[in-house]
Design a protein around this ligand. Sequence first.
Ligand code: XMP
Length: 319
Amino acid sequence: DWTMGAYREQAVDAIREQVGDARVLCALSGGVDSSVAAALLHEAIGDRLTCVFVDHGLLRKNEAEEVVGMFRDNMNLSVIHADESDLFLTALEGVSDPEQKRKIIGALFIEVFEKHARAIGGAEFLAQGTLYPDVIESVSFSGGPSVTIKSHHNVGGLPEKMGMKLVEPLRELFKDEVRALGRELGLPDSFIGRHPFPGPGLAIRCPGEITREKLAILREADAIFIDQIRRHGLYDDIWQAFVAILPVRTVGVMGDGRTYDFACALRAVSSVDGMTADYYPFSHDFLSETATRIINSVRGINRVTYDITSKPPGTIEWE
Ligand code: XMP
């Protein structure tokens, strides 16, 4: 794609001009955005880039291994795998309010990045894979008055507090353009096609209090749902799919016994840029097969619901 080829060169030049001889710390989330930003920065400034993947204990099943492995194996780019799950999960204990969760997670990300910036002898810049829709969504909604719907932890404010400057090489792009740029930069297709995953991770898919028990249940159910979607060849048709564990236990029956376990909600949407979305029209067979698999193999869930809310009025994530 000649357009992306040209954009790539232009973006590399712009990074070199902005950054000069300084060091850059890049926060990898495992999503396409931060991965493409890292690949672009790597091309522009080589080993003056340090990538950190923060494991906040709110990742999906096997996620840390997959992400760190992809960078080492395919991109020849070494990533610091920072296991900070105790730090984050302890700070989130007893917290139910969605904005409070986001604020706590955002603040801890700053702490962790600062620690790693010090460890490499100081970094002047922090890189983020902020996209155009992130920029506008955090400022206004539907062209109306300025209202913050959700405080995205990856937009605004963060580097100032850290005394770092921000480098955001994807700030003008939409998701499909970021994917094209990633392909242009040689990221594997399997990675480019990954569904988006939010910075606050499973915290915002676990309404109410976050516990290790709920997170473990959620990871298992989510892995089955995604596996079902792949088995049925639907992964690439869907913008994003995940399970949310609901803060309610319901009564069920299993064999001869009564169960009293968590309910969960499946969420899957089609979208172009995440700003609007339609719920995905799965077949009834797909839904019942998935519900049966989850209930039969995940201890702790005895009821599965399907979220048929579009955006607006819903948002994609539950918090
Ligand atoms: P919502 O739930 O606002 O999500 O409809 C739109 C898209 O943004 C993702 N999302 C986030 N991504 N940090 C991120 O990096 C965040 O704080 C955040 N909140 C939502 C969400 O997964 C969806 O793709």
